[in-house]
Design a protein around this ligand. Sequence first.
Ligand code: NDP
Length: 517
Amino acid sequence: MGGGFGERARLQVPAPRSDLSEPEPVVSELDKPKRDLEVPGDWTYASAPESRDIVRIAERYGHFVGGEWLEPAETYETIAPRDEEPLAAVGQGTRADVDCAVAAARAAYADGWSSLSGSERAKYLFRIARLLQERSREFAVLESLNGGKPIKESRDVDLPLAAAHFFYYAGWADKLEYAFPNRRPRPVGVAGQIIPWNFPLLMLAWKVAPALACGNTVVLKPAETTPLSALLFCDVLRQAELPPGVVNIVTGDGRTGAALVEHDGVDKIAFTGSTEVGKGIQRRLAGSGKRLTLELGGKAANIVFDDAALDQAVEGIVNGIYFNQGHVCCAGSRLFVQESIYEPLVAKLQRRLSTLRVGDPLDKNTDIGAINSAAQLEKIRELVASGEQEGAEIYQPPCTLPEKGYWFAPTVFTNVAQSYRIAQEEIFGPVLSVLTFRTPEEAIEKANNTPYGLSAGVWTEKGSRILWMAQRLRAGVVWANTYNRFDPSSPFGGYKESGFGREGGRHGLEPYLEFDR
Ligand code: NDP
């Protein structure tokens, strides 16, 4: 039994090295540095532009009503924010145009769409989803051209999610009885839908897909600055052979939106946009009996605890506020950092900012594209100036902005007090305000100190703390150790001045249904 020790004792132990200097590393011939080779010193990215010719833009567009193009009485020019190039003349919808569109939607509703079986409606939605996938490159180029967002975002986020939404709601169309057992769901009627410019096609998908799945017909007004992807979508509807009048698109500015809201033939309004306009719509519809859902602004808190994986958190912070130039209602625009890690985190963040590439939205290497419009750029500049005046410290990495078009460098404000406008108001641009906290209770108090309640982020390695925080944050969506993650099966919407009603998931069907009991 004891023989084992004897065996071990006989093992050869290497003699201790008397010479403690580092041994010569073994380097193969191939690995030896070739001193005479030129090593490039400049590692900047070469441009990798996506072809603009993938998409054909007409010179002039009318309104899409009853499956046909209605000649507009008036037009305006839509441009590319990257260089202010005029792209097309687009209809400025009048009350008469809205009237025609609502009549077409009503006729299509009565003519069979509302009584079509769920499985038949689903077939159209599946077709639309597949066509969006097939034509995704074309749509991605158009979205970046007209909206200014980087092509890698429209290609990898907007388009896949828009198609996924149609797939998802196609799946519900014939299962509404199971989604709401014993409640006999039926469609609401004609839905008026008004969408913003930050995710033009994706917001269209969020609105149109559940409405059609539930058997409603639609009149949709895209944002004034980004109508082109909605107009190209009309061609997808033609390919999918959707019955005429089921989806109608009337372009124009806020006046067209107001005409749609006020139209007596509309049964439901679904609006995404600013809190100010949303409140006006709510006032306007009070007492009218029309159904309403509002998805409004936000001023989300992104909260980083001292036990979080800092590099991962920095990526999440960058994604949270600089994704889509910060034109995101759920953007993590208020960063709350636990005091003990404030300095290393801000240093890492500033270093990461200097690697972001700002430039041509059609370049596949671009991280931050163009600001959507001159008006939005003006608003960002005004709020940033207020931050400096009120005493916050501004950091912008050195970057050369193109001369033409609308551009704003990624910006971080430190030394921010909760009362500053940049900590209170929605900037809707690539501008982050950094604040600090000491305890979880303080983080909750500060995070909830806003009229909004759309989203929040929590970064910590403790699962129990994530749950503790999520229960106390007054936000419709709380992300943990990630940010800006979307899935069609997950409901999205706000509290307080961020609106009411949910889009996405089974909850997203409810606003488009009436129940007998
Ligand atoms: P708006 O709320 O003005 O626009 C949203 C949509 O509503 C657009 O289609 C718009 O048309 C339309 N609209 C405007 N006025 C009326 C009205 N009286 N009745 C009905 N529809 C109307 O947002 P903006 O585009 O002007 O952006 C302003 C601010 O709103 C941003 O800085 C941002 O803070 C916030 N915002 C929030 C969004 C979100 O997702 N929560 C999205 C976009 C903006 P038109 O395009 O012609 O103005």
